[in-house]
Design a protein around this ligand. Sequence first.
Ligand code: SAM
Length: 231
Amino acid sequence: MNKYQEYLSTRCIECTDAQFSTFEKIYQSTIETNEKFNLTAITEKEAFFDKMIVDSALAIIDLDLTNKKCIDVGTGAGFPGLIISTLCPKSELTLLDSSNKKINYLSDLKDQLGLSYNTVCSRAEDYAKNNREVFDYAFARAVAPLNILLELIVPMLKVGGVFVALKGPASNEELKASVSTMKKLNCHLQNIYVDALLDSKEERSIIYIVKDTNTNPKYPRDYADIKKKAL
Ligand code: SAM
């Protein structure tokens, strides 16, 4: 077992040697594709494993995603989605991003990695209008402030579904700014898990928000309105 597998194991996240070798392939592919178009600023291997892979793996701590409908909103080059798909192959995972080239890249990568996920190229707010109350879990990392993400994501969740927001050290401020948004969207804060990454020791917060009732059909509003004034 290497240090990353050990770190994950102490958090009850099993990562087999085969799954770790998929992570190596994800690293290689991201770096090769980075030469054609920009996927990540983090290219040094140890930093990539720490800040992209281990960071993304923390998304599944304490979750059983077997047969659960999940979505990674604003997946970019596949984070946390590719890592969730590797560690939870029985999840029914959708990777969504508005960038055509990133979604084409992830679609081509699926067979190379032997993973199973759907890809969707759409803006989250457009997708949410036609895919309401569908998902058990939604994930988002480095996409937008929490009060904006909530309006994009909560409509997609089933009642009782959970939004898992991967955030850095400023999570308390984002939560404070989201109190009225959560009220209007009929959802509540369930828990916050705080941890430090293995190598960099950077702090990470995972925020769990549960949807309580069906979302009013007027949400999400158009993105310009969401950005102008969060709920
Ligand atoms: N989640 C990835 C990660 O952690 O590496 C990507 C982060 S990147 C900074 C933000 C991504 O969110 C971009 O790929 C962008 O295209 C996507 N994005 C931003 N707003 C979006 C929206 N409203 N709908 C869909 N994708 C969006």
